[in-house]
Design a protein around this ligand. Structure first.
Ligand code: GCW
Length: 660
């Protein structure tokens, strides 16, 4: 077995206290979502207790009862699961809530909780919990590291077993929306909203819907030209509006229950309203007005910057771009537009400050976009469990208000009461048997879903759950895998890019060390490294980026002395001889962290080898191969980065290690 069911493996459980409820599963309802839930329960109980669960309509004296109770205080998606005498109740106001309750019950049983002690009551913290696929219709995946797409191949839409398994996995962690195609909508993908693809999309949509997931598509803003043969895609043009009106009518007729569109406009060569002298609000609102009668939403990305900027020009700063473009438009977007904001101002680097757009806008719906595809964090070749990072982001206090001012508060609508908002992750899946290439990368998919549903779960708790559900309850396996995951983000950071400076990767591919190698900066100057020091002055005396934050954050980032050290080089130019809080100079910190990081990876490989014979051989070997490769590459990173800064600074390593 190679873990193709990922965390839905359903191992046998030791605790037998639930067995008494296995007389049957009873439900008065029989819609598609309830049927999925019952199927899942039956499958799980077979594996966990070797019991074939009878299923019946109506009520019985005992067993598992799925109870739809519109009076309960559980919103549209919440659940309450609890024992009630001889009955175990799974309650929700909706079928979707009940489905989430079922998955919660299965999780709890897998983690050996005593049945009588279960009493879980939860409404999701975020209204939208989405996965964004960057899948192209030729079957390739932009920034995909786990094989080909399972949604598209040779310009056709695929619907098969995997679609169903995917929906099960996604729903089991609370995902309720999926965008199946790349935000860079080109070629055949533009035609997804034409009759050629509707029948297949409808099949995907039905599978998704039976797990409470809405289908979304990425949209080409220039579709009126490319599909409609119009001369323009100007959002103010009546002809363009008429075209979209007809198009969306057709889309919703063909795909009832369709969620809406994700739009990347005026970014990295994609078309958008700028071409016509219109703002992003004008562009987004035009689509929002037309989609509104169908209950659809427009998710508009804020990843807009000038990728042709001259990095030698000290006045321009890519980090400023998101805020500069969108903050002035706060309040200008329709209710059914949601701005999707990457967690940091740059691009999914291993360490970035939180985007100042969070807290910068008060009257705009917002989604936090993170990336679990690990484009810049090891590409699923290196282990990098990102939940500790996501927790930090959600807990970041923006100080836009006295309280309820964290990113988590803002995106969930707690701060300003917005109805739409939530979290989206650029997903790390592909056609590889284990879904994510690196078996341990599945923890990011699992964890993203869990955290977006329940923001109070800690990264540790999520990791522990995932390890247990995936690999079973062997204590040694649990300890080793948990330890690897929890360390992995810091370790990756330590041998790659120091103190928030970012990039340092091969252009285009974004993997492997190349200090001057950021593709949009062919002058190799983004890091401002010279013989004295490195880092970018983003204080008010520099690019001014730090001033985009509310106080006291702005002042904190303003000076070298107060700036959080892990972001020092993001905000300041710092001399190599500068003394850090550890007592080490900056250059020595760079040397030491790179050596330590590579050493930890070496030790990790050894630790993993201790699991031979404990884990399933296929997964054991697969992870081992990845870890050995990581060790090799961590050493390469270490050597390239250390020697670069040794040459620049001319300052030797105090510990006289060999720097290649
Ligand atoms: O980081 C960049 C990636 C692009 C991606 C873009 C985006 C889909 O390198 O591959 O395009 O971000 O987020 O739109």
């Amino acid at each position: 077995m190679g873990y193709e069911q990922a965390w839905l493996n359903y191992h046998q459980v030791k605790d037998q206290s639930f067995r008494k409820y296995l007389t049957g599963v009873y439900s008065l309802e029989e819609d598609a979502i309830i049927c999925s839930g019952i199927r899942e329960l039956t499958l799980a109980m077979e594996h966990m207790y070797a019991v074939t669960l009878p299923c019946d309509k109506g009520a019985a004296e005992s067993g598992i009862h799925l109870r739809k109770n519109s009076e309960a205080d559980l919103g549209q998606e919440g659940y309450h699961i609890y024992p009630e005498g001889p009955v175990f109740v799974i309650e929700g106001c909706t079928s979707q809530g009940i489905l989430y309750g079922i998955f919660q019950l299965l999780r709890r049983l897998q983690t050996e909780v005593v049945a009588e002690e279960i009493n879980d009551n939860k409404l999701p913290d975020n209204p939208l919990r989405m996965l964004n696929h960057w899948d192209n219709m030729d079957g390739s995946i932009e920034r995909g590291y786990a094989g080909h797409s399972f949604f598209f191949k040779d310009n056709e839409v695929l619907v098969n077993e995997r679609t169903l398994d995917y929906a099960r996995l996604a729903a089991s962690v609370g995902i309720n929306g999926v965008v199946i195609n790349n935000v860079n909508v080109k070629n055949a993908a533009t035609f997804l909203i034409t009759p050629r693809y509707f029948a297949d999309l409808r099949k995907i949509q039905e599978i998704f819907a039976s797990y409470g997931i809405k289908l979304f598509l990425s949209l080409n803003f220039a579709a009126p030209l490319e599909l409609g043969g119009l001369q323009s895609a100007d959002p103010a043009s009546d002809t363009v509006k008429d075209w979209w009106t007809d198009k969306l009518k057709e889309v919703f007729q063909e795909l009832p229950g369709f969620g809406g569109f994700l739009v990347k406009a005026d970014s990295e060569g994609r078309p958008g309203p700028f071409t016509y002298g219109r703002t992003h609000a004008e562009g987004a609102n035009m689509l929002a007005d037309i989609i509104s009668p169908y209950g659809g939403i427009i998710i508009w990305r804020c990843f807009v910057y000038n990728c042709r900027q001259d990095w030698r020009d000290l006045e321009t700063d890519r980090a400023r771009a998101g805020y500069d473009h969108f903050q002035p438009l706060d309040g200008a977007f329709r209710d059914n537009v949601i701005l999707q904001i990457k967690n940091g101002p740059m691009d999914f680097q291993v360490r970035e400050p939180v985007s100042p757009l969070f807290g910068g806008m008060k009257a705009t719906n917002q989604i936090l976009e993170v990336q679990i595809a690990q484009e810049y964090t090891g590409q699923q070749k290196h282990v990098c469990y990102l939940l500790p990072m996501f927790r930090e982001i959600l807990n970041f206090r923006t100080h836009c208000e006295q309280d309820k001012d964290t990113v988590g508060d803002l995106i969930s609508g707690r701060t300003y009461g917005q109805k739409h908002g939530g979290m989206a992750a650029v997903i790390n899946t592909g056609a590889d048997e284990n879904w994510t290439g690196h078996d341990l990368a599945a923890a990011n998919w699992y964890g993203f879903g869990r955290l977006s549903f329940d923001r109070n779960l800690t990264a540790e708790e999520i990791a522990a759950e995932w390890v247990l559900l995936t690999f079973g309850s062997d204590p040694k396996a649990m300890a080793v895998v948990h330890g690897i995951l929890m360390n992995s983000w810091n370790v990756y950071e330590s041998y790659t890019s120091p103190l928030g400076i970012g990039w340092m990767v091969n252009p285009g591919y974004h993997y492997g060390p190349n200090v001057d190698g950021y593709e949009y900066d062919r002058w190799g100057t983004y890091h401002r490294a010279d013989h004295r020091g490195l880092g970018v002055d983003r204080s008010s005396k520099g690019t001014g980026y730090a001033t985009q934050y509310h106080e006291p954050n702005a002042s904190l980032y303003e000076t070298i002395d107060t700036c959080p050290e892990e972001l020092l080089l993001f905000f300041h130019y710092v001399e190599y001889a500068h003394c850090l809080s550890s007592g080490k100079t900056l250059i020595q910190h760079i040397y030491d962290t790179h050596f330590e990081g590579a050493d930890v990876v070496e030790a990790t490989v050894k630790g993993w080898k201790g699991l031979e014979g404990i884990l399933e051989p296929i997964a054991y070997e697969r992870v081992l191969a990845r870890l050995e490769n990581q060790e090799l590459h961590a050493k390469e990173w270490r050597d390239v980065v250390c020697s670069y800064f040794y040459r620049k600074s001319g300052i030797a390593d105090e510990r006289n290690r060999q720097i290649f």
